[in-house]
Every structure is written in structure tokens, then in C-alpha cells.
Design a protein around this ligand. Structure first.
Ligand SMILES: Cc1cc2nc3c(=O)[nH]c(=O)nc-3n(C[C@H](O)[C@H](O)[C@H](O)COP(=O)(O)OP(=O)(O)OC[C@H]3O[C@@H](n4cnc5c(N)ncnc54)[C@H](O)[C@@H]3O)c2cc1C
Length: 360
């Protein structure tokens, strides 16, 4: 009889793993949302809501043999996962990929896909009416948002604010420098080395005033707080012998196990395996998880298989500034507009994820 694998969370980890094990195991994916949310394209969708039809992707065609249970997991033990309706789903192996939350309108609040659509519409209307836009936080999401708005709505006055002295300070200097130049060419004002001191919301865009740490005051018709993701780790926190790390993440061992339960694994944003909170990281963890779970199902002891090794400092990053421009670090070198456009900017991997969920 095939082994029962229960996957909690249908994000990049959950969907990828469920699909890759569907033919060899008895797979159950537990996910309360009706649609998969393809986060990279939610940034461009602020400027172009017509994208949403292909960016929010229904789960109904994902699995041929296994099942997607639309429910929220509320508890885990060595024998399975408990759901919010009290039902228990028995498992031989459990993988937790509960991911993270982010600001509106980039990710849903809880399972509310309709609420995300409405927030996208509302903020798009506010953006159209606004003349001055402040973006607080210049990680990948804030930087891309500045580039997308500058491309789609070139008449807006955009200010990108970051408390770091340069863009992408942990990456090779050329990446941040070339992105800064391209943003400035597109008319974006950069306020680097500056903290916003009076943010009214960490998660909701609003109109108002910002006081920066250099003492300057700015009024914006729309302020986007873009301060990074926070892991959804409530389920894992209840397990024995867990260790918390930054942004609510839970540390995992070199076999991606978060606790002393030997058959419970965790990956993606919720798990701190030494990788950043990215799809790029999940894409490295997925083949490892698939191979390791297949090994376990074939009765190979875990410690005879290769442990997981994180990306380290050479993890690639692709940063489009709209569909035409952008810069990327590809592990060995920094690439410019052409490669960034071809690899990501044109399509934002929308086609890839529609195919993964068997929609086109
Ligand atoms: C706007 C934006 C753009 C991004 N762009 C990029 C990019 O271009 N490249 C890149 O590499 N990374 C990007 N990222 C980061 C990327 O989105 C995350 O790294 C990725 O989503 C993590 O995948 P995951 O599977 O860990 O979790 P998620 O994608 O967060 O999915 C977690 C899933 O678990 C479900 N869940 C949560 N709790 C429970 C529970 N108790 N029971 C059942 N289900 C539960 C949620 O409903 C959700 O569907 C971006 C992030 C944002 C916000």
C-alpha cells in the first residue's frame, strides 16, 4: 500500500511537492484557500489588475490521484494532522509549508481570495488617482513595485525609501547600483539610508505624511508599507523542541525537520534552513524533499541519504522593473535588461505556475 503523505499549505512547497509525489504516494494537500497565489505577479497586478485572472490559480486540477482538502490545519502529531473542523488526517509523513504573510495587496489575509481581489481593485483605483507615491522598504518587492508603477504610470512621482545605504546590500554591489540607476532613469527618487519614523500601518497602504530619520517630512497620496514577510509558524510552534529564528521562522535541521518528531518536515518560508524566504529557495528544497521522501518510502534510513544544503550567498535573484528592464544576480554574474526580461520580466513565471496547476 502506498504511504500517506500529508502536506500542510498549498504554496510553492506544497503544490510542487504534492504534484511530484502524486504518482508514487497517497497525497493529501491541506489548503484553506480556493486559489494558489502566484506572489511575484501580484506586484505588477497593482498597476494592471487584469493579470489577476491568471495569477490567482484554482487548485481543482492539481492532482490526479491525491486530494486537496480545503481546510486549515490546527494541530500536528506523529500520526497525522488535525483540521479546524475536528477531522484527523492520518499520515506516515507530514510536510509543513505554511509559508508567510505579507502586506496588502500582495498576499491574502488568511484564506480570503475574494478579499485580495477587492483590495487589489481598491488600491489600484487609489494608485490611479494618486500623484505622489511613497514606497517604504526597498527589498525585492519594494524595488519591483517602484519599477512596475514607473513603467505602467510614468507620470507618477515615486519615492522609494530604505534604511539601508544601498539597494540589495547583501548582494554584489553591481546589482543594487544598476537597479538604482535604472530606477532613477525612470524618474524614481531614492531615499536611501533613511528610516520612516511614523508609519501608520505596517501592512495596509494609506494616504498621509512620513517623517524620515534625516528630519525631512513628506506628504504622499499613497504610501505602500513593504517591509517583508512574516512566517506563518503557529502550527510548528506547538511541536516539541522547536527553535524560533527571525521573522517568526522555525529552525530546521539538515533533514528539514523542525522538531523531535522524525516524520515531520518543514520547508519554504516557514522553515529556516539557511535559505532566504523565496521561491528560489523553495525550488532548491523541493527536489531534495521529493528524493528524500521517495527514499524513505522505499525504506531507506534518513541518515543514509544526502542532507539538504542551502543556497548560501550565491542564491540567484531576478529583479524586473516592469516588463522590459531590470537586473539580476545569477550566481556568477550580474545580468541586465535582456536576461532579466527573458527569464522573468516578460511573463513573471505566470505560465509556468498555470501549467503546474494544470490550467493551460
Ligand atoms: C509580492 C511578493 C513577490 C514575491 N516575488 C518573489 C519572486 O519574484 N521570487 C522569489 O523567489 N520569491 C518571491 N517572493 C517570495 C515567495 O512568494 C515566497 O518565498 C513563497 O511564497 C514561499 O512559498 P511557501 O510554499 O513557503 O509558502 P506560501 O507561498 O506563503 O504558501 C503557504 C500556504 O500555506 C497555507 N497555510 C497557511 N497556514 C495554514 C494552515 N494552518 N493550514 C493549511 N494551510 C495553511 C496558506 O494559505 C498558503 O497557501 C515574493 C513574495 C511576495 C509577497
Amino acid at each position: 500500500m502506498s504511504k500517506r503523505i500529508v502536506i500542510v499549505g498549498g504554496g510553492y512547497v506544497g503544490v510542487g511537492l504534492a504534484k511530484s509525489l502524486d504518482a508514487t504516494a497517497d497525497v493529501t494537500l491541506i489548503e484553506p484557500r480556493s486559489h494558489f497565489v502566484h506572489a511575484p505577479a501580484m506586484i505588477r497586478a497593482v498597476a494592471d489588475p487584469s493579470l489577476l485572472d491568471r495569477v490567482l490559480i484554482p487548485y481543482d486540477r492539481l492532482l490526479e490521484n491525491g486530494r486537496v482538502l480545503h481546510a486549515r490545519a490546527t494541530g500536528i502529531d506523529a500520526t497525522g494532522v488535525t483540521l479546524d473542523d475536528g477531522q484527523k488526517v492520518e499520515a506516515d509523513y507530514i510536510v509543513v509549508g505554511t509559508g508567510s504573510s505579507n502586506a496588502t495587496p500582495f498576499k491574502p489575509v488568511g484564506d480570503d481570495i475574494e478579499g485580495l481581489r477587492q483590495a487589489n481593485q481598491r488600491i489600484h483605483q487609489q494608485l490611479k488617482a494618486a500623484q505622489t507615491i511613497g514606497i517604504v522598504g526597498a527589498g525585492a518587492v519594494g524595488t519591483e513595485l517602484a519599477g512596475e508603477i514607473a513603467y505602467a504610470m510614468p507620470d507618477k512621482k515615486i519615492t522609494l525609501i530604505s534604511d539601508t545605504d544601498r539597494l540589495f546590500p547583501t548582494m554584489p554591489e553591481k546589482l543594487g547600483a544598476s537597479l538604482a540607476k535604472k530606477l532613477q532613469d525612470a524618474g524614481v527618487t531614492l531615499k536611501l539610508g533613511n528610516r520612516a519614523e511614523n508609519l501608520q500601518s505596517m501592512t495596509e497602504p494609506y494616504a498621509g505624511q512620513l517623517r524620515l530619520s534625516d528630519g525631512s517630512e513628506h506628504t504622499f497620496d499613497l504610501i505602500f508599507p513593504v517591509l517583508g514577510s512574516r512566517a506563518s509558524s503557529e502550527l510548528l510552534e506547538a511541536l516539541p523542541d522547536i527553535q524560533k529564528s527571525t521573522a517568526n521562522r522555525i529552525k530546521v535541521d539538515q533533514w528539514l525537520r523542525p522538531s523531535s518528531l522524525p516524520n515531520v518536515f518543514a520547508a519554504g518560508d516557514v522553515a529556516d534552513a539557511g535559505d532566504s524566504m523565496t521561491i528560489v529557495a523553495a525550488s532548491r528544497q523541493l527536489p531534495w524533499l521529493t528524493a528524500t521522501l521517495k527514499g524513505l518510502m522505499a525504506d531507506k534510513p534518513l541518515d543514509t541519504m544526502k542532507p539538504y544544503k542551502p543556497w548560501g550567498p550565491k542564491a540567484p535573484i531576478l529583479v524586473p522593473l516592469g516588463p522590459k528592464r531590470g537586473s539580476s544576480f545569477l550566481g556568477l554574474f550580474t545580468a541586465g535588461d535582456f536576461l532579466t526580461r527573458r527569464l522573468k520580466g516578460e511573463d513573471l513565471f505566470v505560465t509556468r505556475y498555470n501549467k503546474l496547476l494544470n490550467r493551460e
